[in-house]
Design a protein around this ligand. Sequence first.
Ligand code: GTP
Ligand code: MG
Length: 256
Amino acid sequence: MSTSVSSNREHWLDFALHSALGPAPTPSKTWLSSVLNTLKRSMPLGRTPFERLFDGVSNKRIIIAGLDAGGKSTLLRNHISVDKGKDVETRIPYVGLALENVCYPSGVTFHTLDVGGCSPQSYLKLEETVCEVADAVVWVIDAGDRDRAVEAVYELRRCVYSKLEKWDHDDAKTLRGRAALVMILINKSDAKHSLTMRHIYDSLANVCDTKIIFETDAISGKGVNEAFSWLAGQLRHGVTAQSDKKEKEKSIPEKY
Ligand SMILES: Nc1nc2c(ncn2[C@@H]2O[C@H](COP(=O)(O)OP(=O)(O)OP(=O)(O)O)[C@@H](O)[C@H]2O)c(=O)[nH]1
Ligand SMILES: [Mg+2]
C-alpha cells in the first residue's frame, strides 16, 4: 500500500477500515502458492484479457467508487471478475458499508464503494479514508443521469479532492489530493443525451487533467479496457495521474 493510515486517525476508523477492506494485499508467502503463481503466469491462456492488463502490477488496492446505480457492480462482474462474477465476494462489515471485492493472485484487489446519499458524518469520513488508503480510485459517473451530475461531481470533490482544494491557501504537500491516483469513468456513455467528458472536465477544470477521464459502456465493454489499461500503466510505473506532466493532454471535443 502506498499510503499509510495517519497516526492521528481515531481508533474506530482504523477498526472500521480493517473490517471493510481486510488487510492490505501482500505477496503470497508459501512455496506452494508461489509455485502456483509462477505456473499461472506461464499459462496466460487461463486469464482474462482484462486481468492481463494488470501484468506487472502487484499488491495494489483499487477502489471503484461513485453514486449508486453508476455501473460499479457491472464493471466488477462483467469485466474485472475472472469467473463470471462467481469470484465476487460481498463483505458487509459491522459499519454497514457494503463492499464487493475481486482479488487477483498478484494481490491486485478491486473494491466497490457506494458513496453519497444521506450518510451520517461518520460514514463520510470512512468513505474519504477508504479513498485515502487506496492505491487508486476509479470514480464512476452515470452519464445517463444528468439530474445527479452535480451531486456526482460534488461527492468526487469531497471524497477524492478535498485536500487538493485546500492547496491554494495551504500547503503544497497536499497538491495530489486525497487519493494517490484517480481515474474518472463516465459510464453508460451509450445512454441517450448522456453526459460527456467535456461536461465533467468543465465541472472539475481546476482539479484534474483531461487524461484521467474516460467514457465507458460497462454493458458492451466499449472503452473499459482502454481506461483500465491506462490505470494499470500508471500503477506499473508508479506514476500518479497528477504528477505525470509529460503525457500529452487528451483532446476533448469542444461541443457537447
Ligand atoms: N445502458 C447501460 N446500462 C448500464 C451500464 N452499466 C451499468 N448499467 C446498468 O445500470 C444499472 C445499475 O448498475 P450497477 O452495476 O448495479 O450499478 P452500481 O453502481 O453497482 O449501483 P449500486 O450497487 O446500487 O451502488 C444496472 O441495471 C446495469 O445493467 C452501461 O454502461 N450502459
Ligand atoms: Mg453495486
